[in-house]
Design a protein around this ligand. Structure first.
Ligand code: F6R
Length: 612
């Protein structure tokens, strides 16, 4: 939710900020703005609309400053408008701020500032921040850098909620301060310039060395130095981390959209996830995880908690965890879990999945599980993300940067990593070792089977082009095919805006069948051998009522009368969710394209949901 970018160096800041914002636009895209320090003070340019619309705002061509901050917004407080866009300045135009996060107590802070004579130009929660900084700055007897830093620190003490902030000041034309709490922010560094961003890919073409800040740590940036401070303003030292992702990984690489590129990257992202963890000397080893047999023998329940697609990855792995590890496994939505007082204790193992590692509900659920004494494992795709700071263990999918809002390669990498985790747990517990060996072999074959699924793209496209004008599309499946149906339906609705629902096929007669009428499209996923015949019968019932049917299966369905059958490679039910989702991702993609929609940036959505 919202992207922030910053630059301090020797080059003109404006093009660097725009470049960064364009890459961060997936985080929010209803308005954008930049502020730079010019000879005559801070110049602030902002506008409703996309980052590219900013380029036509008068005055942007005159910006020459070499220090600047930028923001692309996903509106929370106040509608998208020029006034509500960031950066926000204080009343004296001395401080400019961009903010990602939410200030929960902004209303009382605003009232208090108004009583002190401050006035506000926007409806945002953010505008209290520059004014508070101004207030503390004016009250301070300190001098130099410390005066600026202390005003920002006093301000942060007043804020309840989450924030990643970049602050520049006309009184400090060669400096910038950044700080974060529960919102992402990274600092890319080189000897004479620094780049700040909400995520690493946005600035990966400039540097590969990054500093990561913990909550309430401050960075005071000058062109050729960075000083770090804790919340007591004691100077602390930090070491930069080198990132291995190539800049090209964050580019479209000849594909029309990031989503298509990411769909096609899945053989590689799954291979890398396998390669980073699995099978060293014949055993499953998970980088970053070290659980003993004695500890695992005390575990009587596994919870998998996540949101959206990440939660669906959990559903896809419930069966393998239960059957191979013989531990009862529950999958829950983070926003439900955190408020329902779940039964957890030290005998519960809690797994939290988050591609971004920044999802507010998932992080809150993790904190709750820790408070209740459970061991926590985070699965994330982003090194150093917030969730990794909270969990007992963090294990990483190696999917590379996922830029498209609709998650694809992170989902399949999450399933792969959960499968490997299940094998690791069973091996550590020394149970079901024969099944473990069989699944291990199967997992290694998955990347090439994914390649086979991708080769089905023309067939999928042909069917998508026939049904792209539909108003409703339904998905049916049983067992693991039901979890794949949920994910297929989510993918379709989020990028095509077609209403879509997924049902456990056996539930059809308990209500949903009332929706079936002549011409409606129903998609069946059928990969669990002992459930295929049952789902076929349910599909027969919708065909009788006039539905058009598309089937995704790895089974021989004989001469049943479906409109289209997409045949995917055979695999056991444990791993087939990785394969069956590939044609469904392509289906959603081609429908969205045929409708002429923005595939990578669907309306109302943002990639990283840092508010609850
Ligand atoms: C859908 C999608 C979302 C995310 C969800 C959780 O395509 O991307 O449903 O899966 O917002 O995000 P993370 O995994 O970053 O916690």
């Amino acid at each position: 939710m919202c992207g922030i970018v910053g630059y301090i160096g020797t080059q003109k800041a404006e093009p660097i900020l725009i470049n960064g914002l364009l890459r961060l636009e997936y985080r929010g895209y209803d308005s954008a703005g930049i502020a730079t320090i010019e000879n005559n003070g801070i110049k602030n340019i902002k506008n409703k609309g996309r980052v590219n619309d900013l380029l036509s705002v008068k005055g942007i061509e005159n910006l020459k400053g070499t220090i600047g901050i930028g923001h692309t917004r996903w509106a929370t407080h106040g509608k998208p408008s020029s006034e509500n866009s960031h950066p926000h300045l204080d009343n004296s135009n001395t401080f400019a701020v961009v903010h990602n996060g939410i200030i929960e107590n902004y209303a009382e802070l605003r009232k208090d500032l108004e009583s002190k004579g401050y006035h506000f130009l926007s409806e945002t929660d953010t505008e209290v921040i520059p004014n508070l900084i101004h207030y503390f700055y004016n009250k301070s007897n300190l001098q130099g850098e410390l005066k600026f830093l202390s005003a920002v620190n006093e301000t942060c003490k007043m804020l309840k909620g989450s924030f990643a902030l970049e602050i520049i000041s006309s009184d400090y034309p060669d400096s910038m301060i950044v700080v974060r709490k529960d919102s992402p922010l990274v600092i890319g560094t080189s000897p004479t310039e620094h780049y700040i961003s909400s995520d690493i890919p946005a600035i990966l073409s400039f540097t590969k060395d990054f500093y990561l800040l913990n909550d309430l740590e401050f960075a005071y940036l000058s062109r050729n130095s960075i000083k770090f401070y804790d919340s007591a303003l004691q100077e602390i030292s930090k070491t930069a981390t080198s990132i291995e992702w190539s800049a090209a990984a964050a580019e479209k690489d000849g594909f029309e959209d990031f989503m298509l590129k990411e769909i096609y990257e899945q053989p590689k992202s799954i291979r890398e996830t396998i390669g980073s963890h699995i099978i060293k000397d014949g055993k499953c080893i998970i980088d970053g995880l070290d659980l003993s047999k004695e500890y695992l023998q005390t575990i009587n329940k596994i919870f998998i908690v996540a949101c959206g697609t990440a939660m669906h990855a959990g559903l896809a792995c419930k069966t393998v965890l239960e059957q191979i590890c013989e531990i009862s496994t529950e999958v829950d939505i983070a926003s439900e879990f955190r408020y329902r007082n779940p039964l957890i204790n030290k005998n519960t193992l809690c797994i939290f999945i988050s591609q971004s590692g920044e999802t507010a509900d998932t992080i809150a659920a993790l904190k709750l599980a820790r408070e209740k004494g459970a061991k926590t494992i985070a699965i994330s795709n982003v090194i150093g993300s917030s969730i990794s700071r909270e969990a007992d263990y963090t294990i990483y999918t190696h999917a590379g940067p996922e830029i498209a809002v609709a998650s694809t390669k992170a989902y399949t990498a999450q399933i792969m990593l959960l499968d490997i985790l299940a094998l690791y747990l069973a091996e550590t517990l020394e149970i079901n070792l024969d099944k473990v060996e069989i699944i291990k072999k199967e997992l290694l074959e998955i990347p090439s089977k994914v390649e086979e699924c991708l080769a089905l793209a023309p067939e999928v496209k042909e069917f998508a082009n026939k049904v792209y004008k539909e108003k409703d599309i339904f998905f049916l499946g049983r067992g693991l095919d039901y979890s794949s149906s949920l994910e297929a339906s989510l993918k379709l609705k989020e990028i095509s805006y077609i209403h879509s629902d997924a049902y456990a096929a056996g539930e059809l007669k308990h209500g949903p069948i009332a929706l079936i009428e002549n011409g409606i499209t129903v998609i069946g996923i059928l990969t669990v051998p002992h459930l295929v015949e049952k789902t076929v019968s349910n599909l027969q019932e919708v065909i009788t009522r006039g539905a058009k049917t598309l089937i995704v299966t790895n089974q021989d369905l004989g001469d049943k009368k479906f409109d289209k059958v997409i045949r995917i490679p055979e695999a056991s039910e444990y791993v087939s969710p990785i394969l069956s989702i590939i044609p469904m991702q392509l289906f959603a993609y081609y429908i969205s394209k045929e409708k002429g929609l923005d595939v990578d940036k669907p309306r109302n959505l943002a990639k990283s949901v840092t508010v609850e």
